[in-house]
Design a protein around this ligand. Structure first.
Ligand code: PLP
Length: 349
């Protein structure tokens, strides 16, 4: 059976140009560090310089994954056991966990309500007054809110508040380029509101592997030490960086197509009376299935039988994610399959 696979944009396959660039990349040992704190892989150094430039930060560091990128950033900002303010639905807290696990780095999460991905400012202010927090984390776009873009004016407010308390701000910008493309604000301008940013090359940007963290030179040199300790230093990593360069040069602009496909999918579902709850902003459509008196897992199983794969977000919600490797036609076909099933299942009142 051929599936329309809308589970995640992590499913994207590297492009032909990426595969070619990977094959032809000039390589060296990134673990041999010179006086500037840079390794000997020229392709990796090129990617890091490019990422720093695009995000408007002094330096960048290549990471094997976003999970290790966030962990490394949090370890660099904080000492073991430090309190860290984080949204209660933050990916780093719910999905990644490592920074907050007592067995790993033991940071203490100070959880703040985060409707639509935005830390509640009144709660944040109170949390900062009452706790000796060392760091505040934001996420943009916000995964568990269905790819919500965090507005720039709001980020400025958070930054001012966090600065007033003398603290750094880390942005989990796994999909910062989706935020940039959707809002028409440059990634650099968004990144300027945070001291450090993590972003993924491996999601909508279609690289097979890799994330970056960016920040000041001092921050990145310290992060490089933690990355080594965590086992994230890779030798001829230019073979991966070559794909990352392709991502940054040629796959950012096309994210608009993913957003368009998500809108088409949501509009088709709405036309059939399926209410989305939240407006689609980027490449994700969030669907609350509770009216069907069905768990999200059962809904997922039923849809898989009908040829559509989705991801469950909570016991009542599923997520549909558009990406390079699904067409608009696929998305509309998925909408038809979902609405057929929906109508059949909807309890008559
Ligand atoms: C995917 C994701 C990560 C982690 O990236 P991996 O490369 O999968 O480890 C971190 N934060 C958010 C918001 C994500 O969506």
């Amino acid at each position: 059976m051929e599936f329309i696979d809308l589970r995640s944009d992590t499913l994207t396959q590297p492009t032909l140009a990426m595969r070619k660039a990977m094959m032809e990349a000039e390589l060296g040992d990134d673990g041999r560090v010179g006086s500037q704190g840079k390794g000997e892989d020229p392709t990796l150094n090129k990617l890091e310089a490019m990422a720093a430039d695009i995000l408007g930060k002094e330096r960048a560091l290549f990471m094997p994954s976003g999970t290790m990128g966030n962990l490394t950033a949090l370890m660099t900002h904080c000492k073991r056991g430090n309190p860290v303010v984080v949204g209660e639905h933050a990916h780093v807290l719910i999905s990644e966990k490592g920074p907050f696990m007592p067995e790993l780095y033991g940071l203490v999460p100070i959880k703040v309500p985060d409707p639509a991905g935005k830390l509640d400012l009144a709660f944040l202010e109170k949390a900062l007054k009452e706790n000796s927090a060392r760091l505040v984390c934001v996420e943009n776009t916000h995964n568990f809110s269905g790819g919500a873009v965090i507005p720039l004016e709001y980020l400025h407010k958070i930054r001012t508040l966090v600065r007033a308390h003398g603290l750094p701000l880390h942005m989990d910008g796994a999909r910062i380029f989706n935020a940039a493309v959707a809002s028409g604000v440059e990634a650099k301008t968004i990144a300027a509101t945070a001291d450090s940013v993590q972003f993924c090359l491996s999601k909508g940007l279609s690289s097979p592997v890799g994330s970056m963290i960016v920040g000041t030179e001092k921050f990145i040199l310290a992060a490089r030490e933690w990355r080594k300790i965590l086992g994230g230093q890779m030798r001829q990593a230019g073979v991966l960086a070559a794909a990352g360069i392709e991502s940054l040069q040629n796959l950012v602009g096309r994210l608009a197509e993913d957003h368009q496909k998500a809108k088409a999918l949501a509009t088709a579902l709405e036309k059939e009376g399926i209410f989305m709850g939240e407006k689609v902003q980027t490449n994700m459509v969030k669907l609350d299935v509770s009216v069907l008196k069905l768990s999200s897992k059962d809904f997922q199983t039923e849809l898989t039988k009908r040829g559509v794969k989705v991801h469950t977000l909570s016991p009542t919600e599923v997520r549909l994610v558009t990406h390079k490797d699904v067409s608009e036609q696929d998305c509309l076909a998925a909408a038809r399959i979902i609405s057929q099933f929906w109508k059949k299942r909807l309890p008559r009142s």
